[in-house]
Design a protein around this ligand. Structure first.
Ligand SMILES: [Zn+2]
Ligand SMILES: [Zn+2]
Length: 936
């Protein structure tokens, strides 16, 4: 045994120390040639631009699984890595350049990419260091990065193979374009702002050849009229039936466009019943354009300026153009009227610029053939999604899947492995204003793993690589196998694919999980994992999303290290009052346990600092109980044999409860029931081990009358239960358990670290013992009943009182055996045991726990009149509080405005008050009866 445990538990002293020891001893490293069964989780790669938030802290669930399986004897690999996060990283570096007065175009692509790598070298590992603080046991020797040479090769291979299989193609379609970020955006990257106040402009388009006749169309974006290629009407609309196929003189352009009939687009009841069609700048109109083979005009350039060389509006920004166009139309008498209109605006989620639907040639992955087997794998349960209800969402997505636009107009990312012969494509390659190459739809690419040498058509050897890069999800979609060395047939790939579990947020089921499923099945011929566990969002105590503007963010690192008093503003507003002196360092263990305990499948994870405080107290409990145990084990000789008949009944009881806890907790982990498993651990250790066993075993450890063999037996049980408990708790709280475990007296020193020791197990000692369970539970019921009376009547705990226990005869036989313990532990003397139904003493206070009635006579102990008065006052107080809540719940205004969570909390409080009132009323009634007894 080394130094004893220090008096108080200080997580800072323990956590950093153990992480470096484990790392140094290479305990996180998995071995692909190990013969043990593999257990693999690949970590969802955090963005290199990221800083640790609660979502990352929730990787705790993965660490719990990995640590548990490792202790179970699996060859456990938790594979970490980071994502290059294309657009976020590019924006960061551009911001740095801007400070020096430079743009990326001034710097040039090659230099810019170098700058990003420099940025990565400087800041990119911050998130990894932060993950280590939480004790995550991932194999850093296999750390990956989506832009590494290894993964770059995998990405290229996948792109080329899909292209060769006809599953990747280039096409010109309408896409979401951010004129500020200068790239196409996926649906995920577009925010929809609802209820924006805007205008609806009603424009008059002259009917060609019928002077004085107009068709009125309405639009929220008048500038797009420059790109109109038709006006659509409904076939049944009598007003326009003579105009089907007629031509209109499109104002300001000198072009004529025709009137078409489209019953899908047009609602004759809405507006004028005539709809302008701009296929080049509107998603609905694009579909109309395709249905009617309309010309598709792009009238805006990539920066959303009008791009029509012969037009007076050429070069104007889209919003300046809007003003100018409306003014000109008004002057020409072509503006009918303007009305107020509420609309929804699509904005770039990064820079809030209004997104412009734009025609642009992009690369697409054909999804339907990839989705089909991924759908089947879930349907036939090769891959199981937990919670189960997400299966429906998955099926819905996979059956309605659209082709995936994978190209992005960024510089930071995997550049698309497509090349264009400069000579053959001399008419389709252009340079834009910034000197960037743009490639029109008609250009012919050569897609290959390496840059081509000589053009097979013209013999020239000047090649231009497609400037676009791939969507970040394209590389992360390969994560379960690219990180293991694919396309090479590596030992890692052999051993660790398929992975065992994918644990991630339900918000990226489609963007990430579904794509890993499709890519994994396509390239590895097997689903990437057999289980997908989806956790919900981490929210504040009212169920609100955490956000800086709401001021309700809980920063995980603050929770680990503590927040000093002068930095209280870092705490959520609602919780500052709880910690006026600042928070203590709760430590990583407490944070991990809090997150696990809050992880109820399918429900949002609501966090507040009181929970953390509670589980920090659990750490103290573990620490103090262990100190107590270790003090009582100082003279313990682990190699001395114990006979089973030397065990006290409490010893047999705690061994049986431990056996039950092990079975329960491991079954819960098997089912991903993290909250239930944590609470089982907590209940066993705190309530059964600390509250009861340590108390009950004191007499065995310290009593004068105890034989050395009995004392030694109890020491053996104490050491064993503590050892096994630490093994049970370790996956949840790795640091504190390792620190304590190292100090335990052990026979077998093969196990050097708790982290790599075996899981808690049933054995010759740790096993179910029904007799001990039944008997000790009767003892516990009796003690609880007597303590309840003391508590309710507010009797001093130290005052020795006479008491009775009433129960059936066979229970009394057991209680008879425990009489000395009951008297000692409940401060009772004398204790009388009576058969149920016996007459009770005068002014008896009674508490019933299961089949036992505790009875204490209150004669001379309390002033009944005063006690009744106290209770009446309390009843009044609670009733007033409850009325206030009922008033709120009757207030329709409150019900309409308050978040559902708040309403629910109020309802719960009202119910709790009712329960309290019931108890107090009953107590009052019994006191009054006693008073009657006294003064009949
Ligand atoms: Zn943007
Ligand atoms: Zn050529």
């Amino acid at each position: 045994m080394s130094e004893p445990l220090s008096k108080a538990y200080e997580p800072q002293e323990v956590e950093k120390k153990w992480y470096s020891i484990w790392l140094e001893a290479e305990l996180f490293v998995a071995n692909s040639s190990d013969q043990k069964p593999p257990y693999t989780i690949v970590m969802p790669p955090p963005n290199i631009t990221g800083s640790l938030h609660m979502g990352h802290a929730l990787y705790t669930l993965q660490d719990i699984l990995i640590r548990w399986r490792r202790m179970q004897g699996y060859n456990a690999l938790w594979l970490p890595g980071t994502d290059h996060a294309g657009i976020s990283t590019q924006v960061m570096v551009e911001r740095d350049l801007k400070k020096q007065g430079l743009s990326r175009h001034q710097v040039g692509r090659e230099k810019f990419t170098e700058k990003v790598w420099e940025w990565k070298a400087k800041h990119g590992s911050r998130i990894e260091e932060q993950l280590k603080v939480l004790g995550f046991s991932c194999d850093w020797s296999r750390n990956n990065f989506t832009m590494s040479e290894k993964l770059n090769r995998a990405v290229r291979e996948v792109f080329v193979r899909l292209y060769e299989e006809g599953l990747i193609y280039r096409d010109e379609r309408l896409i979401n374009w951010c004129p500020s970020c200068q790239t196409v955006l996926s649906d995920l990257e577009v925010d929809h702002e609802e209820g924006v106040k805007g205008s609806l402009w009603h424009l008059r388009y002259p009917v060609h050849g019928q002077p004085g006749r107009y068709l009125v169309v309405a639009t929220t974006r008048p500038e797009t009229m420059l790109g109109d290629t038709a006006v659509a009407v409904h076939s049944n609309d009598k007003r326009y039936q003579d105009l089907h196929g007629a031509n209109l003189d499109l104002p300001l352009t000198g072009r004529t466009i025709s009137v078409i009939v489209d019953d899908i687009l047009v609602d004759p009841e809405f507006g004028s019943g005539a709809v302008k069609v701009t296929p080049g700048h509107d998603f609905n109109d694009f579909q109309v354009g395709k249905r009617h083979q309309l010309p598709m005009l792009s009238v805006l350039d990539t920066q959303a300026r009008i791009q029509l060389p012969d037009s007076p509006f050429d070069g104007l920004d889209r919003f300046e153009a809007r003003k100018a166009i409306v003014e000109t139309l008004q002057q020409q008498g072509l503006l009918s009227h303007i009305e107020d209109h509420t609309l929804s605006l699509a904005r770039c989620d990064r820079c809030a610029t209004i997104v412009e639907p734009t025609l642009s040639p992009q690369w697409y992955v054909k999804m339907a053939p990839l989705a089909e087997p991924a759908l089947q794998a879930v349907r036939n349960k090769e891959t199981v999604i937990i919670p189960e209800h997400w299966t429906k969402t998955y099926e819905h997505w996979m059956t309605n899947i659209q082709d995936w636009c994978v190209s992005r107009q960024l510089w930071w990312g995997h550049q698309i492995p497509a090349w264009y012969c400069a000579y053959c494509n001399r008419d389709t390659l252009h340079k834009n204003a910034q000197g960037e190459i743009t490639i029109s739809r008609q250009a012919t690419p050569v897609v290959s793993r390496e840059a081509p040498k000589q053009c097979s058509v013209c013999g020239h050897d000047e090649w231009i690589q497609d400037p676009d890069v791939l969507d970040t999800w394209f590389s992360s979609g390969l994560w379960p196998f690219s990180t293991l060395g694919w396309p090479d047939d590596t030992p890692d790939l052999h051993t660790f694919y398929p992975n065992s579990v994918m644990e991630t947020g339900s918000d990226i089921l489609f963007f990430w999980v579904a794509r890993m499923m499709m890519m994994g099945i396509h390239f590895m011929k097997a689903p990437p994992f057999s289980k997908v566990y989806l956790h919900a969002m981490v929210r504040d105590e009212h169920g609100q999303k955490m956000s800086k503007t709401k001021g309700n963010v809980i920063d995980p690192l603050d929770m680990v290290d503590g927040v000093p008093q002068n930095q209280l503003e870092r705490l959520p507003k609602s919780q500052r009052a709880l910690f006026p002196q600042g928070t203590p360092a709760f430590g990583a263990d407490a944070l991990r346990f809090t997150l696990a305990a809050a992880s109820v499948a399918g429900r949002d994870i609501k966090l507040n600092l009181e929970q953390l405080q509670g589980y920090r107290a659990f750490c103290n409990k573990i620490w103090n109980a262990s100190r107590f145990a270790l003090m009582n084990l100082e003279d313990y000789k682990p190699d001395r044999k114990v006979q089973s008949d030397e065990l006290a009944i409490f010893d047999r009881w705690i061994l049986s409860r431990l056996s039950n806890a092990i079975t329960t907790v491991y079954a819960q982990l098997e089912n991903f029931a993290f909250a239930e498993a944590s609470l089982s651990v907590y209940h066993f250790f705190w309530n059964e081990f600390c509250d009861w066993y340590l108390e009950l075993s004191k007499s065995q450890l310290r009593g004068d009358a105890v034989l050395p063999a009995q004392r030694h037996a109890t020491q053996m049980v104490l050491a064993r239960v503590l050892d096994q408990s630490l093994r049970l708790i370790h996956p949840f709280m790795p640091f504190i358990t390792e620190e304590i475990w190292q100090k335990l007296p052990r026979v077998n020193n093969d196990e050097k670290f708790l982290m790599t020791a075996a899981v808690a197990k049933n054995d010759d000692w740790v096993k179910e013992d029904r007799v001990a369970e039944i008997q000790v539970s009767l003892l516990i019921d009796a003690l609880t009943a007597l303590r309840n009376i003391r508590g309710e009547a507010q009797l001093a705990p130290s005052k020795v009182l006479p008491a009775e226990l009433h129960a059936e005869q066979e229970i009394l036989t057991v209680l008879e055996f425990f009489k000395p313990q009951i008297e000692r532990l409940a401060q009772i003397h004398p204790l009388s045991l009576r058969v149920t139904g016996s007459i009770k003493p005068p002014q008896a206070a009674v508490s019933v726990v299961n089949k036992i009635e505790g009875v204490i006579s209150l004669v001379g102990l309390i002033d009944i009149a005063k006690e009744s008065e106290r209770i009446e006052k309390e009843i009044m107080k609670i009733t007033t509080e409850q009325k206030k809540i009922y008033a709120k719940l009757d207030n329709t205004d409150f019900l309409a405005r308050a978040p559902a969570e708040v309403i629910e909390t109020q309802r719960q409080r009202a119910n709790e008050f009712s329960a309290q009132l019931d108890k107090l009323q009953a107590h009052l009634l019994s006191l009054k009866e006693k008073e009657l007894l006294r003064n009949p």
